[in-house]
Design a protein around this ligand. Sequence first.
Ligand code: SAM
Length: 220
Amino acid sequence: MEKLFAAVDGYFIEKLVENDPIFDQILANNQKHQLPPHDVSPSQGKFLYLLTKIKSANRILEIGTLGGYSTLWFAKAIGNDGQVISLEYDKKHAEVASENLTIAGVSDKTTILVGAASDSLEKMVQAQTPAFDLIFIDADKENNSVYLNYALKLARPGTIIIGDNVVRDGAVIDQNSSDGRVIGVRSFVDDLASLPNLTSTAIETVGIKGYDGFTISIVE
Ligand code: SAM
């Protein structure tokens, strides 16, 4: 089935995902610099783009930049006065992302903050950074609950919060898992379920990136 899922994803990518060569260029540059291939898929990137457009989101917070592939999808969806702030721990990832976003011509709409995301988020809260319209959580899953807590401080009613890679080949339902990422996701899902000002669901995904999924929430 996995081969079929990937082939069908490939079909939809070919038909429906815009063929802007910059996206392939970014992935090639990431590979050249030996970044892990943990970017969202083209279909998922286009989904984030559409969601940003549907929401008319102009201020995006991304936790986990890697080479800037998803950052570029967001940057393309926001207006010229919009801003994507993306947080990345790894200096090399941030450098490659910065190079990629410059080549893509969106460096004026994107800011990468280098360091542990929790430190950058704390500084943003202290600085009373204006609320974001959409927040994408896609870094170390162990800290998802920490990021959700900060996300709520940087949100307003109507803000969308997305948490990526929450299915993990189905491992999410293993309550005895010793994998810190699974434990982190399960704690995040518990928070989504219990926080009174969040309305959430989760969507499973299959395709060229295997079996995974994301949560989507709105701040009420
Ligand atoms: N959003 C990217 C995309 O789709 O193109 C993929 C992000 S990748 C799944 C996760 C990234 O989070 C990696 O680049 C990793 O270095 C970064 N990361 C891991 N721990 C972090 C932390 N504590 N603070 C900030 N970034 C972190």
